[in-house]
Design a protein around this ligand. Structure first.
Ligand SMILES: Cc1cc2nc3c(=O)[nH]c(=O)nc-3n(C[C@H](O)[C@H](O)[C@H](O)COP(=O)(O)OP(=O)(O)OC[C@H]3O[C@@H](n4cnc5c(N)ncnc54)[C@H](O)[C@@H]3O)c2cc1C
Length: 387
């Protein structure tokens, strides 16, 4: 059943966006859903996804054509992540971390040599990237990171570890935030581009509640030696680049929660139209219909908020508050919709083979990743002058 407004154009999508959404949705259903189901069962990120995306022109959809992207705008990127996440939150986590947390900053802040070495093959899905910020003792508190890089002659030697790193075990390269100065000053952190084959880099896969088709790892750095050409964006520029990357990515990442929420609605719409109790389909009970309608309303609200933030961003206007609001609402509704949808499936919803069970396991990561919802509230509170 189509739960979307029949004509989206009034809500900021042009015909090209609607055409892209319909085409990409069909591609995802035909080509990616079968891969996602196998990958979930095998608990691995399916690298063949990059071949599928590349061969069908869906890699880097919202990067400029000059750098090898698809030339689409931010709204195309929003649609891409919503549709991909409907098929698999795990795969979308891996693709997002690669395209937007690893390749994106290199395109923006990297040297020409770094772009040639990492971003160009990254945009083709030939070399996979990871983003290393979070550590065992520091996540939300970026200034608290402990991984250290010490100068040794012309080289730098990195020691420390990064936790919960998406693509950690499959990445060819990683952006590593390291301390190059003591204290919490703005210039105490520097970003290094590390080849994961370098001596001293070790990745250990972690067991997660959900997102089973993504790799998430503890990555340790034991006397990892890199040249000064591994520094990205200048000495001491790490904090500013990390913040810019997370803020920029917020609008896109919000669509990951949105995709889970939309899929949870679709699951219960379909099930409630088939499952019978007391001589009628359960969707005909007002108690069920109202719950589904209430969730569908808030999923739509989240989408509109995300699109508003995207429009502001595309118009070059400040959208920090709107982006955080969109991410907050979309991930809250992802968790709520997945839970409600599961419950409305009755016992069937609790069975592992049902898609809604997977959505229920995957949804909370949308709340946590790229800045928890408490951090989004912190950002919103600051823009409201409260804190
Ligand atoms: C599946 C998965 C994939 C991930 N992928 C990556 C990745 O690729 N790269 C990467 O660097 N990180 C990644 N992360 C890490 C993620 O970004 C962090 O887990 C997140 O930022 C929170 O950090 P933390 O876990 O250290 O929690 P903490 O910062 O310790 O927070 C714990 C709790 O306290 C709350 N809290 C903290 N500070 C405040 C405050 N000032 N006000 C109010 N509440 C606060 C938090 O919201 C949270 O609820 C991933 C995490 C998961 C689960």
């Amino acid at each position: 059943m189509n739960t979307e407004p029949s004509d989206y154009i009034d809500f900021g999508l042009q015909e090209e966006h609607v055409a892209f959404r319909d085409q990409f949705r069909r591609f995802v259903l035909d080509r990616l859903v079968p891969i996602a189901e196998r990958a979930e069962a095998e608990k691995r990120f399916p690298l063949e996804v990059y071949d599928e995306l590349r061969n069908n022109g869906y890699l880097a959809v919202n990067y400029p054509e000059e750098v090898g992207g698809g030339g689409g705008d931010l709204l195309m990127g929003c649609i891409f992540y919503e549709e991909l996440s409907r098929a698999s939150a795990g795969i979308s986590a891996g693709v997002f971390a690669h395209q937007h947390l690893a390749v994106g900053p290199i395109l923006k802040f990297g040297t020409d040599a770094q772009k040639r070495e990492y971003a160009d093959p990254g945009l083709r899905g030939e070399r996979i990237g990871a983003f290393g910020l979070t550590e065992p003792d520091a996540g939300s508190d970026i200034r608290g990171i402990k991984t250290v890089a010490r100068r040794d002659g012309d080289d730098w030697v990195i020691n420390g570890s990064k936790l919960y790193i998406t693509n950690g075990c499959i990445a060819d390269f990683m952006l590593v935030a390291a301390r190059t100065d003591d204290g919490r000053a703005n210039n105490s952190l520097t970003l290094f581009l590390v080849d994961t084959k370098d001596a001293g880099v070790k990745a250990t896969e972690l067991n997660k509640v959900g997102n089973h088709s993504s790799s998430t790892a503890l990555v340790s750095f034991d006397d990892v030696r890199v040249g000064s050409d591994a520094i990205m964006g200048g000495m001491g520029g790490g904090l500013a680049m990390l913040k810019a990357t997370l803020t920029e990515g917020r609008i896109l990442v919000a669509n990951r929660g949105l995709g889970i929420a939309q899929e949870a609605v679709e699951c219960i719409l379909s099930y409630s139209g088939q499952r019978r109790a007391f001589d009628q389909t359960i969707g005909k009970f007002q108690g069920v219909a109202f719950q589904i309608s209430s969730i569908a309303t808030r999923v739509d609200a989240a989408r509109l908020m995300i699109y508003r933030a995207a429009h502001l961003k595309m118009a070059g206007k400040d959208c920090i508050r709107e982006a955080s609001m969109g991410k907050l609402l979309a991930s809250e509704i992802a968790v709520e919709a997945a839970g409600k949808s599961l419950l409305l499936h009755g016992g069937a919803g609790y069975m592992e083979e049902m898609k809604v069970a997977r959505l229920y396991r995957d949804a909370p990561e949308a709340w946590i990743g790229e800045g928890t919802n408490e951090i989004q509230l912190l950002v919103i509170s600051k823009t409201l002058g409260l804190l």
